[in-house]
Design a protein around this ligand. Structure first.
Ligand code: ADP
Length: 182
């Protein structure tokens, strides 16, 4: 978990490679669907391009399918999901019904000013349709309103690993590995 621009995607790739488990990113799955012009992509585009979250039932459906794939049988790392309390509750139900549970929730802590700067820089390089000034502001607002409550939610469940997300990618990665003990 972490605000947009916290480095979730980059760190998720590194951690999943280290653990030998798939990284499952709702953002990547949705962007791929938009690129392919599938029904899912068409449904998601208006939300993503305006900085809103895609409806809970859409992303919950994606995850429920994806974690039942064979490659996820030995565990998986979720990136960008859950992002609302409703999604977290739905995830608990899904996992319970398969006899699974969450080991850890990694929260990358980065101040708003820093993520705003990073996202604007990324806008110049990657050309992501949701990395414009207005949409970044909206995504940050929605993060604080809808996703940040999950920090307390997982703290209460004693799952949360708070990681300082400032610094280089390698520095942050070392902090995550040491918090995970891997
Ligand atoms: P970032 O965290 O930098 O915004 P992501 O790739 O994780 O990037 O997400 C991009 C967009 O995809 C989000 O702004 C949102 O519209 C949509 N999205 C991704 N994951 C979810 C989710 N779990 N619930 C709702 N919308 C999501």
């Amino acid at each position: 978990m972490g605000p947009p621009g916290a480095g979730k995607g980059t760190q998720a790739i590194k951690v999943s490679a280290r653990l030998g488990i798939p990284q499952i990113s709702t953002g990547d799955i949705l962007r791929e669907a938009m690129k392919n012009g599938s029904e899912l992509g068409k449904k998601a585009r208006s939300f993503i391009d305006s900085g809103e979250l895609v409806p809970d039932e859409v992303v919950t459906g994606i995850i429920s399918n994806r974690i039942n794939n064979e490659d996820a049988a030995g565990g998986f790392l979720l990136d960008g999901f859950p992002r609302t309390v409703e999604q977290a509750d739905a995830l608990n139900v899904m996992l319970d019904s398969s006899g699974l549970s969450i080991d850890h929730v990694i929260n990358l802590e980065v101040p708003d000013d820093t993520v705003r700067e990073r996202l604007l820089k990324r806008a110049e390089i990657e050309n992501r349709s949701d990395d414009t000034k207005e949409v970044i502001t909206k995504r940050l607002e929605n993060y604080h309103q809808q996703t940040q409550p999950l920090v307390e939610y997982y703290k209460a469940k004693e799952k949360l690993l708070a990681i300082d997300g400032n610094g280089s990618l390698d520095e942050v990665n070392l902090r995550i590995n040491s918090a995970l003990g891997v």
